[in-house]
Design a protein around this ligand. Structure first.
Ligand code: PLP
Length: 370
């Protein structure tokens, strides 16, 4: 690695973590966790110490998203992937419709396909870098959207179709960084290792009264549901500030810390604005650059939490990523399966816009030298 040039000090971001998940955890949050000493980690999640933090987390999320009365913040284990299984058991009545426009949105559709208790899902696909549209239909009872397709850097606007049916949004790399109106969804679910700057393993779901009603109806029907995937059990436990089985306590701590950090700074509007500022820095640089350009052609679809940047063929994004990594700037390799000459850069609220500015300069500097 001795032939990789060393970045000048003034081009080094203060924090080199720009990965899209797990993403940068603020050092202050880690210090706060360490400062709990013997009072938090290694104590029972059924007791007041932990439950009070879970209570703060649930209240904080309800505040952050300005949830209307009757909406519930539900928590469970297994991350977003675990929630997909829970949704196919506890939320889809008969037939779902999925917008598939990248790795993650396609994965949920694949998880539902072949489920013996459901009809085959209606999957509407679009090429990476674009986004398909919902097709309102009377035989669909569950519309599956993805707020931000993390693999391609495409963000979408969340709007209900002109039809009945629950609207469920995978918001894993969007929640906490992109705007959303709770009136437009029934379920808005995510895991905290992306825009919430925490660790993985948990899922959180914001649920409308209609979603809770659906869960209750399915739970009292003939359908057999594995208990781990039974959202009626998750709902009951969440209302008591607990989870069905043991959660990762550090994840809960870091997640709560980040939600409260966002709230003290101005909540979701502040976070959305900060991500927009960061996106302006990254896309603005790429548009001016002779070696780079934004991958997503339609600028209204360009994500303000995850940027995908293509490079001209003379510049190898892979070698660039290796050189950046050797200089402490990590995890911005392009999404493997997309197979493009590309870097992918997270712009979550925990990431400083000033660090993104330095990153773009570091890329230019190294691109001219590797
Ligand atoms: C990361 C991600 C997932 C998977 O999350 P896990 O917690 O690892 O299961 C799903 N959907 C989207 C949009 C993601 O970004």
């Amino acid at each position: 690695m001795s032939n990789i040039p060393t970045l000048p000090e003034e081009l080094r971001p203060a924090d080199g973590r720009f990965g899209s998940g797990p993403s940068k955890v603020r050092p202050e949050a880690l210090q706060a966790l360490a400062a709990t000493g013997t009072s938090f980690m290694g104590t029972s999640h059924r007791r007041h110490g932990i439950r009070s933090v879970v209570g703060r987390l649930r209240t904080g999320l309800a505040d952050l998203f300005s949830l209307p009365d009757g909406y519930e913040v539900v928590l469970g284990n297994g991350g977003t992937t675990g929630f997909w299984d829970a949704a196919l058991f506890s939320l889809i009545e008969r037939r779902s419709q999925h917008l598939a426009f990248g790795e993650f949105s396609a994965k949920f559709a694949a998880a539902v396909t072949g489920a013996p208790h459901l009809d085959e899902p209606h999957v509407i696909e679009a090429p990476p870098g674009t986004c398909p549209h919902l097709q309102a239909s009377p035989d669909i009872d569950f519309y599956a959207l993805t707020h931000n397709e993390t693999s391609t850097g495409v963000m979408t606007a969340i709007r209900r179709p002109a039809a009945d049916g629950l609207v469920a949004v995978d918001a894993t790399s969007a929640a906490g960084g992109l705007p959303v109106d709770p009136a437009e969804f029934d379920v808005y679910y995510f895991a905290p290792q992306k825009a919430f700057a925490a660790d993985g393993g948990l899922w959180a779901a914001l649920m409308s009264p209609a979603a809770q009603e659906r869960i209750g109806r399915i739970a009292s029907s003939e359908r057999w549901v594995p208990r781990f995937s039974d959202l009626s059990i998750a709902l009951t436990n969440s209302r008591k500030d607990q989870t069905y089985n043991t959660p990762a306590l550090a994840t809960i701590f870091l997640f709560t810390d980040q939600v409260e950090w966002l709230l003290t700074r101005g909540g979701l509007p502040w976070a959305v604005e900060r991500c927009r500022t960061s996106a302006g820095v990254v896309y603005g640089w790429a548009e001016q650059s002779a070696i780079a350009e934004p991958f997503v052609a339609d600028d209204t679809l360009r994500s303000s939490t995850v940027a995908t940047i293509d490079f001209v063929s003379e510049v190898s994004a892979e070698r660039l990523a290796t050189a950046l990594r050797a200089n402490g700037i990590i995890d911005i390799e392009g999404y493997r399966k997309l197979g493009r000459n590309q870097l992918r850069i997270a712009m979550f609220p925990a990431i400083e816009p000033a660090d993104l500015k330095r990153l773009t300069k570091a890329i230019d500097w190294l691109a001219a030298r590797v």
